[in-house]
Design a protein around this ligand. Structure first.
Ligand code: COA
Length: 307
């Protein structure tokens, strides 16, 4: 028996939603469309049920905050973000986020279809039947690659600044975090970008965290609450903090694999901050600056206790 039921809504609503989404897709496909104005006007209608101009006259603060040009998002502050590419997708990320925060954002019928249209114009690639529930956050959006039949559940963070690939049939559960960047322990501005790859039919389950550069192979499963920081073999079930494959699914090996961490090299890293280029092997450890004595834990302890 199929796990999911097929549901329908009344034809008048279904037709109105379908017409709206078709029109939105056409307008986003037209390079002449001013996406900032489009989004500002749509949000005024969707959230406040009136024109942007009427809202601006009655409630200027509410109106001004709907316009993407009056808003800055976290990713815009980062040197790794490509300003031109981000400017193209920013209005759509703003529409996505604002819509999700309305009660209608919780409606699967309209919400999932709207996100499918937006993903087509934000992601680097999106396949068939992308199913994305509400309150999913991206860093830049334009570094997402999504295959066919991928599902992303509620309240997920997809930090795609270094690239995230979700292969066909991958599933990301509620409250999962997937990263593609990391910071040096010694120098916070020393950032490394590394794509994170989630294989065909792989499942990352509730509240798991996947760190930058992890490769989760086809049909692998990440247990609830796990912290993944490297490769996970095909069919493996990885558990714990840090996650280790403790069990392997009892099924026939696939004839071929799209993502296989036993075969694939780890994703290449890049360094977006020119002040911190790739270290040569001789530079893998930072020298201690001359004359600077770093406090030792026992010294701090002694200072705190006053001895
Ligand atoms: C991985 C998972 C499937 C294991 O479930 P299970 O097969 O019923 O496993 P059990 O409860 O029999 O536990 C087996 C062992 O794994 C350990 N274990 C189970 N889940 C664990 C977890 N999330 N983290 C760490 N260890 C875990 C158990 O402690 C037990 O260890 P032991 O043998 O030393 O006693 C389950 O923890 C899980 O993550 N489910 C996710 C549900 C899901 O699919 N969500 C997505 C919906 S979209």
């Amino acid at each position: 028996m199929p796990w999911l039921r097929a549901l329908t809504i009344p034809a008048d609503a279904s037709d109105a939603f379908g017409t709206f989404l078709h029109d939105l897709d056409a307008r986003l496909s037209d390079p002449a469309t001013d996406r900032d104005v489009l989004v500002r006007d749509l949000l005024a209608q969707l959230v406040h049920a009136r024109s942007f101009e009427a809202l601006l006259a009655d409630a200027p603060l509410a109106a001004l905050n709907l316009d993407p040009r009056n808003v800055t998002l976290e990713a815009e502050y980062y040197a790794a973000t490509d300003p031109e590419r981000f400017a193209r997708v920013k209005p759509l990320l703003w529409l996505w986020k604002n819509f999700d925060l309305t009660p209608a954002g919780g409606s699967a019928t309209f919400g999932i279809d709207l996100r499918r249209v937006l993903a087509r114009h934000v992601f680097r690639r999106v396949g068939r039947n992308f199913k994305c529930w509400q309150n999913v956050e991206f860093s830049v959006g334009y570094n997402m690659e999504v295959g066919d039949d991928v599902v992303v559940h509620r309240n997920v963070l997809l930090d795609d600044i270094g690239g995230i690939v979700l292969h066909d049939g991958a599933s990301i559960s509620d409250f999962v975090n997937v990263y593609s960047h990391t910071h040096s322990v010694l120098d916070m501005p020393d950032v490394t970008l590394r794509p994170t790859v989630i294989g065909r039919g792989a499942r990352v389950t509730y509240h798991a965290t996947v760190l930058a550069g992890s490769v989760i192979s086809d049909d692998a499963m990440i247990a609830t609450g796990a912290l993944v920081r490297g490769p996970v073999e095909p069919h493996g079930i990885a558990m714990g903090v840090p996650a280790r494959v403790t069990r392997v699914k009892d099924r026939e090996a696939f004839a071929s694999y799209v993502v296989d961490s036993r075969r694939d090299p780890p994703p290449a890293a890049s360094k977006p901050n020119p002040d911190f280029p790739h270290p040569t092997p001789a530079q893998t450890r930072l020298p201690q600056p001359e004359g600077l004595e770093l406090p030792r834990p026992e010294r701090l302890q002694a200072e705190r206790s006053g001895s």
